[in-house]
Design a protein around this ligand. Sequence first.
Ligand code: HEC
Length: 139
Amino acid sequence: MPGRFDYILFILTAFLILFLTGCRGTSGQNSLLGGDERESIPSVPDEYSGYANPFTGDADAIAQGEILYQANCSSCHGSTGEGDGPASGGIDPKPGNIATRQANLSDSYLFWRISEGGLMEPFNSIMPGWKGILSAEKI
Ligand code: HEC
């Protein structure tokens, strides 16, 4: 038969578990900086600011960009950019839905993020930095 001490221990353990899962929920939300849960768009560092995509509206460039995207990005971001690529399952933070998010992201922001990736604050993600792999033109 459990004594009074066992009972108190049980209650304390239950509270501890609730407390810890509560904490995990909160920090999980903060760490989802790449996901659609990101609250604000981080500001672009000086060296990437004021950039405008020189290929906007260029059908050839857009077609080539799609080929580059499918080859290099779709494994994580998904073939339509919804963040559901085959490699997205175990990633934390996960890729957000760039198909919908990109409308709110500036050319500078996109050029910065694709060039430098996520191995930095506040992202801390496995989004690769592409600047040594793809030319600026391809990015
Ligand atoms: C290994 C998986 C992986 C690959 C491959 C990858 N990404 Fe990502 N990417 C991520 C993750 C995870 C995030 C979300 C975290 C972050 O913002 O750093 C992300 C974030 C981004 C963002 C920022 C989105 C936002 O809402 O701020 C852009 C833009 C992006 N990726 C473009 C690309 C492009 C373009 C390629 C291919 C050249 C690519 N990614 C390849 C994992 C990947």
